[in-house]
Design a binder for this molecule. Structure first.
Ligand code: DC
Length: 253
């Protein structure tokens, strides 16, 4: 079973997707981390990323996406991956910097990059039950996913959550968090909302058959419980059919 979880930046997708995957014993795939890894390599290569992108940048990012495999690492005791590697190099923290936040928009708008990463995502999803989160999972990567959920929340609420997450991260690393600026986070979220939903290739839109969940007023646990209930309801008809078939088969000579 594929559970496709799409939505804008800061909608709580990652937190929710990891919890749902852990509860159901499904694999978890963060497709945003894949686009971020290619963006990080584009920065490392010093590619020109301002529009209009030169041909050289386009060819180089396509080559990175097609030739440099992205893999995930598990830390002991964790059911979902904690590390990201591109071509065997760990980039877990590097792909979360503000520079990568900016570079990922032009990189993820490039159709050649999307085609290469979509292919990798389908291979991973076909390996077994998976919760896959991103922007285009229900529309492009797995249009036949058994369950599609589109998470939303107001931009202000998403910025507030991101800000609190960053404060927590800085605090637990013993760093100063007074300089963190919620307005700057909101501006970045609004910039990415516009870039993600107006690009020509696989724009961020809810699939027509997705369940829309506005999480503005919901806790993480409430969102997780709703998705688990939806997944159980989607699975039930399959199990009922199988259960009905069994006695008939037993009666065969
Ligand atoms: O989920 P995230 O914020 O880490 O994703 C980073 C960027 O990658 C996001 O701004 C848009 C892009 N992305 C995408 O285009 N398609 C996906 N399936 C996942 C992410």
């Amino acid at each position: 079973m594929i559970i496709a979880l799409d939505g804008p930046a800061g909608s709580g997708k990652s937190t929710v997707a990891k919890l749902v995957a852990t509860r159901l014993g499904f694999a978890y795939l963060d497709t945003g981390a894949m686009y971020r890894s290619v963006a990080w390599r584009a920065l490392e290569e010093g590619l020109e990323l301002n529009p209009p992108l030169p041909d050289e940048s386009i060819q180089a990012m396509r080559r990175i996406a097609a030739d440099e495999p992205i893999t995930f690492g598990y830390l002991p005791g964790r059911a979902t991956p904690s590390q990201v590697f591109i071509n065997g190099r760990e980039v877990t923290t590097q792909i979360r910097t503000p520079a990568t936040d900016v570079a990922v928009s032009p990189v993820s708008a490039e159709p050649g990059v999307r085609a290469a990463l979509t292919e990798q995502q389908r291979v991973i999803g076909h390996a077994g039950d998976t919760v896959m989160e991103g922007r285009d999972i229900g529309t492009v990567v797995f249009p036949d996913a058994e369950l599609k959920v589109f998470l939303t929340a107001t931009a202000e609420e998403r910025a507030h959550r991101r800000y609190q997450q960053n404060v927590e991260k800085a605090r637990s690393a013993g760093q100063d968090y007074n300089g963190l600026d919620e307005d700057a986070i909101l501006a970045d979220i609004q910039r990415r909302d516009t870039a993600d939903s107006t690009r020509a290739a696989a724009p961020l839109v809810a699939a027509a058959d997705s369940v829309l969940l506005d999480t503005t007023e919901l806790t993480i646990d409430e969102v997780v419980e709703r998705i688990i209930a939806l997944a159980a309801a989607r699975r039930e008809p399959l199990q009922t059919t199988a259960a009905r078939r069994e006695p008939a088969e037993e009666q065969r000579p």
